[in-house]
Design a protein around this ligand. Structure first.
Ligand code: N6E
Length: 173
């Protein structure tokens, strides 16, 4: 099973108080052309928090402290009945730097009320709104149709809200 992370930096605009989330438009690899949070696969020896912070730095140039990330979700994606990816979701209002485009990603601040769910993974509209409201979620999402995952069809899902994520399945939340 692939172990991966997503990170959603949030800010409150000082001019009109709008809450915004930093999304990326993925420029290559899995989910190319779609919006998502910065994130990617965990490397050997890294905690999930370290992975989320590294991917955020590499993809959009924001510096985030692993300890300043708030765990918001644990999602499992199954493809044709088999576990494909475990995704650990974080959010944070604490970061430094300005978002900068990389080869992998074009960053964009969007209002939390105007997230482009029609240009994202099909599962995102089920769990991301709650995560952006500050809730926690555990979910399982089933896809069918074979690799690659981003060409498979979204079948169904189970979600549990307001769960305790203090101790992740690997013991490192
Ligand atoms: C199935 N529904 C899904 N819904 C929302 N997000 C999903 C997802 N499935 C995968 N993801 C995320 O997509 C990123 C893949 O990125 P990533 O590992 O970088 O893939 P990519 O093939 O580009 O990797 P390399 O560049 O080779 O490391 C990674 O954050 C992962 O959590």
């Amino acid at each position: 099973m692939i172990e991966a992370t997503l990170c959603f930096p949030l800010r409150n605009r000082s001019d009109d108080g709008t809450d915004e989330v930093l999304l990326i438009e993925k420029r290559r690899g899995l989910g190319e052309g779609w919006y998502n949070g910065p994130g990617g696969k965990r490397e050997t020896g890294e905690t999930f928090r370290e992975c989320a912070a590294r991917e955020t730095r590499e993809e959009v140039g924001l510096e985030v402290e692993p300890a300043a990330l708030e765990k918001a979700g644990e999602l499992t994606f199954l493809l044709d009945g088999e576990g494909h990816t475990n995704c650990h979701v974080y959010r944070t209002r604490s970061f430094t730097g300005e978002p900068t485009a990389s080869d992998e990603a074009r960053p964009e601040w969007v209002s939390v009320d105007e997230v482009p769910y029609d240009q994202m993974w099909d599962d995102d509209s089920r769990w991301l709104p709650g995560v952006l409201e500050g809730r926690t979620v555990r979910g399982e999402f089933r896809f069918a149709g074979g690799e690659p995952l981003d060409e498979a069809a979204f079948v169904d899902h189970d979600l549990e809200w307001d769960v305790s994520l203090e101790s992740g399945r690997d013991g490192s939340p």
